[in-house]
Design a protein around this ligand. Structure first.
Ligand SMILES: Cc1ncc(COP(=O)(O)O)c(C=O)c1O
Length: 376
């Protein structure tokens, strides 16, 4: 696949290497968002179908992206919301263990601390030694005492990748639940929901799905389709598409995971933009995105090595992620110095996190090298 810079509004002198922070919107996604917002300027043109049709199309696209059924999805605003649904619908046996990773993203930590406290279960935070993969550490830690694993597919700071098929298999042999946060991988790395068979899988769309902020998806395994939603939203009940009879209250919920949809999910401005973004990602193909980001991170790693910054301690690095350990004497202002040169990356803990996408070109990579040379 060729560089896709022309589809984005990224000036030539900006090296944007920070998709793990915020994915930019393409011109098509912006246009879809604008015409979505325009629907609200003319409410008399809205029909009942406008409240439900975006959702139907989005869930079908997500089903393609994740090898899942469209019925398994709910629309949510954030990872913390999706995790709250998962926590409400899982039981932790007293004395059992919940496995988390060291320095995991907080939306997939606080909720489990609270749940463990309320259930008299324990949190076990997994750490790894240099040269060990996260998969090895997780597989070693799963046992009869494990009630839940709450994990990402890619660690948001170090870029270490996890073999979720192997982890899911071992979790099931011990009857442990598996809850996933795919925010730092879906769209850039293949994921097969049927093969992993997680209980709840949560995604915020604004990074690798190149979608608006405040949108996300929850994938729910069929075995949890009869659970309890966080909210009693009228649109999640049967027959809610008949606005004339909404006060014929229904106890029965909409089919599949739709009961977990957030209230007012029919977001006229944002959902058309999400749809355009998902169509673009499916059009490029996740494997092509992955191959292109791999080329970029390999090239960037090569350049960074010239300045003594290494990524080689990471045995199973996600192709779209380059996480460089900074030396103790790295300038505190490194990020600001790079920004001053129009080079955008993130610093998380002692790591410089570099996450390119399909808009990145050779000039960006040279630009990064030149700015790093001046800053270090
Ligand atoms: C791994 C991961 N999960 C989730 C989020 C966002 O969480 P929330 O949608 O709860 O704000 C981020 C943001 O950086 C993230 O890196």
């Amino acid at each position: 696949m060729d560089c896709q810079r022309h589809l984005f509004d990224i000036p030539n002198d900006v090296a944007y290497l920070d998709c793990a922070f915020m994915g930019p919107l393409t011109g098509k996604v912006m246009a879809a968002g604008r015409s979505g917002l325009a629907r609200k300027a003319r409410p008399w043109e809205l029909s009942v179908d406008d409240f439900f049709s975006d959702e139907r199309r989005l869930k079908a696209l997500m089903a393609r992206l994740m090898n899942a059924s469209a019925l398994d999805f709910a629309l949510i605003p954030s990872v913390s919301y999706g995790m709250a649904v998962a926590a409400k619908n899982l039981n932790l046996a007293p004395g059992s263990e919940v496995l988390l990773l060291d320095h995991q993203f907080p939306s997939n930590v606080y909720v489990w601390r609270e749940k463990a406290r309320a259930s008299n279960a324990h949190i076990k935070t997994l750490c790894r030694q240099s040269g060990q993969s996260w998969t090895e550490v997780i597989l070693d830690a799963i046992g009869p005492q494990t009630s839940l694993l709450a994990l990402p597919q890619v660690h948001w700071i170090d870029g270490g990748m996890i073999d979720l098929v192997a982890v899911g298999k071992k979790a099931r042999t011990h009857g442990a639940a598996l809850v996933l946060d795919l925010t730092q991988s879906l769209g850039a790395l293949a994921f097969n929901a049927a093969a992993v068979d997680a209980d709840f899988t949560v995604i915020a769309n604004y990074k690798w799905l190149l979608s608006p902020y405040g949108t996300g998806f929850l994938h729910v395994a069929e075995r949890h389709h009869n659970g309890l939603p966080l909210e009693q939203c009228w649109q999640s009940r049967n027959a809610s598409d008949n606005f004339a009879t909404l006060t014929n209250y229904h106890d029965d919920m909409a089919a599949g995971a739709a009961r977990y949809n957030m209230g007012e999910r029919c977001n006229f401005a944002l959902l058309p933009a999400v749809e355009a973004a998902l169509r673009q990602i499916l059009d490029w193909g996740v494997d092509n995105i992955c191959a292109q980001t791999r080329e970029h991170t390999e090239h960037l790693a090569h350049i960074a090595k010239e300045f003594g910054l290494n990524s080689e301690e990471e045995p199973l690095r996600a192709p779209h992620y380059l996480s460089l350990r900074l030396p103790a004497d790295a300038p505190k202002t490194l990020l600001q110095q790079l920004r001053a040169k129009n080079v955008f990356v993130s610093r998380r803990g002692d790591r410089l996190r570099i996450t390119p996408h399909v808009w990145v070109n050779e000039a960006d990579i040279e630009h990064f090298g030149a700015a790093l040379k001046m800053a270090l």
